[in-house]
Every structure is written in structure tokens, then in C-alpha cells.
Design a binder for this molecule. Structure first.
Ligand SMILES: NC(=O)c1ccc[n+]([C@@H]2O[C@H](COP(=O)([O-])OP(=O)(O)OC[C@H]3O[C@@H](n4cnc5c(N)ncnc54)[C@H](OP(=O)(O)O)[C@@H]3O)[C@@H](O)[C@H]2O)c1
Length: 297
């Protein structure tokens, strides 16, 4: 049985490929013609079959879905975008086209990586995710929708203003509401298990890490673990709301929306997810220990 992975050159994708191939599952990855040689070589090294295509090219999706049992899609244009890519063309129309291609190819199970809705905060990426989730639920295929909380390797790093090494952290809002920070590796593990174990078929699963902590608590934990003193600055929620309204670009609106959702907190009840995916997840404490150890090397 073969699984098609869309998003194999991103953060989650290689980890999912590694888990699937380790479980002796056949994997095909849809990669773009522009994919770097090193990323291609790493996937080939895992035994992954590569097919070229693009979420904006429906014919390539039909070819990629041909003969596969399951599809996992992690793709998104939020961080990795090329000419013609946008939330609308990739995250919405492209993912909808993939769902349709999978349905037409007779795919049994579709796993989609998404995030939770905060009904009070709407932006183009939430519109796209919810549209794809609805299409999946009515597709007739078995679906697993993984609504993950904020990735610690993304949101607790300098890329998003959490710059511990330089003693500066940008907080979204007051930074006082808890978030179930999760490691992308645990999201990848759950996505792979959905296919290899048949876990969570026809389910929407909220996935969070083991500790729900506010950004301010994470700052204090870094300091207590030996990081230098950290100065914080806050981006007021009103400024983020204004940014969503004023932005003309759907990506800018979506970034502001994700930050506002972060400010609002994202504590997840993990009772269901820990029953479905009963493995030890990385805690913020583990993450901090690893970050500080790497900084000392
Ligand atoms: N970061 C978070 O905190 C968080 C939280 C919850 C959920 N999520 C979800 O997790 C997923 C992100 O996974 P990630 O971190 O692995 O993303 P990522 O590193 O940004 O990778 C995105 C992948 O999508 C591919 N892609 C983009 N546009 C494409 C197109 N037009 N056609 C085909 N492939 C395309 C990219 O390919 P190229 O390399 O060719 O560009 C890349 O492989 C997203 O669905 C996101 O919404 C993220």
C-alpha cells in the first residue's frame, strides 16, 4: 500500500517520510520541479518515490494520486511560496483540487494537517483550512484532520521574535494565555500513525503538547534553566486586529491572524489525542533543555 505525501520538502514532510518508510510503507512524494537537490537526495535515500507536480496543477495531482491508498497533505504557502502561490491558490484551491484528485483516484484515507479554529478570529488561512476540512468530510474518503497547536520549533524561535540567545522576546498580546505548544515531530508522528495504524479515521483530532503554558511562563522557564535575562515587548491585540483589517495581502492578514490567535491562547484538552496517539510527546521543558544545550556547543 502506497501513501502520497504532499509537502515532503517542508519541516514536517521529511519526518513523516522517515516514519512511514521505517514502518515499511511505500511512499510517493509530490515535489516541485524547483526542489533542492539535497532535499530530493534525502527523500530518495529514504526510499521515497518522487513525482513532480504542484498543487496549482490539477493534472499533476491526478498523476500523483494514481494507485495510492492514502494521502497526507502538510503543504502550505505560508512560509514556502513561489510565483503564483497564495493562500487562495495553494492552501484553498490547491488543497481542494488535491482532495478531488484523491477522491477520483479512489484513495481510501486522507490525512490533513490543520489548526484549530478560534471562532472570533477569522482570516484567509482559516477560511482555506475550513473549506478543505468540509470538502474532506463530504468526500466519501476516510479522513483524519489533525488540528495542531503552535509548533514550538517555529513559534519559540527567533523567526517569530522569540530570541532567547539575544535576550529579547516579542509577545503577541500580553503573552499571558496558555498555549499547548507541540513539537512538529510529534505532529509528524501522529500523521504517520494515522496511516500506518489506521488511527483516527473519520475524526478531527486536536493535537497539543503535554504542557499548556503562556509565552510569559515559557520565558521564565528559559531563564530558570540558565538562559540570560530576557526582555519582553508586547504587540497589542488591537494592533494585530488593525493589521488584519488593513492588510491587502491574504498572507499578511493570515500572519496577523495567527499572531492574534496566539495572543488569545490555544490550550487543548489532550484526553482524546493522547488516547489515540499514546506516545510520549516533547514537552516545552524538553525543548528548552535541548535549545540551551545546542547554544552551549
Ligand atoms: N507552524 C505551526 O505552528 C503550525 C501549527 C499548526 C498547523 N500547522 C500546519 O502544518 C503545516 C506546515 O507544515 P510545515 O511546517 O512542514 O510547512 P513548510 O515547512 O512551510 O512546508 C510547506 C510545504 O508545502 C509545499 N508547497 C507549498 N506550496 C506548494 C505548491 N504550490 N505545490 C506543492 N507543494 C507546495 C512546500 O514545497 P516547496 O519546498 O517546493 O516550497 C513545502 O514542502 C501547514 O499545513 C500548517 O498550516 C502549522
Amino acid at each position: 500500500m502506497k501513501t502520497l505525501l504532499v509537502g515532503a520538502t517542508g519541516l514536517l514532510g521529511p519526518e513523516i517520510c522517515q516514519r512511514l518508510t521505517a514502518a515499511r510503507h511505500q511512499v510517493r512524494a509530490l515535489i516541485r520541479p524547483t526542489a533542492h537537490a539535497a532535499k530530493r537526495a534525502a527523500l530518495v535515500g529514504l526510499g521515497v518515490e518522487l513525482v513532480e507536480g504542484d498543487l496549482k496543477d490539477a493534472a499533476s495531482l491526478a498523476r500523483a494520486c494514481d494507485g495510492v491508498h492514502a494521502v497526507i497533505s502538510t503543504a502550505s504557502s505560508t512560509l514556502s511560496r513561489q510565483a503564483g502561490d497564495s493562500i487562495e491558490t495553494v492552501d484553498q484551491q490547491g488543497q481542494l483540487a488535491l482532495v478531488e484528485a484523491a477522491r477520483q483516484a479512489g484513495v481510501d484515507h486522507f490525512v490533513f494537517v490543520s489548526f484549530r479554529e478560534n471562532p472570533n478570529i477569522q482570516f484567509p488561512l482559516t477560511v482555506a483550512k475550513r473549506a478543505v476540512e468540509r470538502a474532506l468530510k463530504s468526500s466519501g474518503m476516510a479522513y483524519t484532520i489533525l488540528q495542531a497547536s503552535y509548533f514550538m520549533e517555529v513559534w519559540l524561535t527567533p523567526a517569530l521574535g522569540f530570541d532567547v540567545a539575544n535576550g529579547k522576546v516579542r509577545l503577541y498580546g500580553e503573552g499571558s494565555r496558555p498555549i499547548s505548544w507541540i513539537s512538529y515531530r510529534d505532529v509528524a508522528r501522529a500523521a504517520a500513525a494515522a496511516v500506518t495504524e489506521g488511527t483516527a479515521r473519520n475524526m478531527v483530532v486536536e493535537l497539543g503538547g503535554p504542557q499548556a503554558l503562556s509565552p510569559r511562563e515559557v520565558v521564565r522557564m528559559f531563564e530558570a534553566a540558565g538562559a540570560r535575562e530576557i526582555a519582553t515587548e508586547s504587540v497589542p491585540e488591537a494592533a494585530l486586529e488593525a493589521q488584519i483589517k488593513a492588510a491587502t495581502d491574504s498572507l499578511q492578514k493570515s500572519f496577523a491572524g495567527l499572531m492574534l490567535q496566539c495572543a488569545a491562547g490555544d490550550a487543548i484538552d489532550t484526553t482524546t489525542s493522547s488516547r489515540l496517539f499514546p506516545f510520549q510527546m516533547t514537552s516545552v521543558h524538553d525543548f528548552i533543555t535541548a535549545q540551551l544545550a545546542a547554544a552551549r556547543v
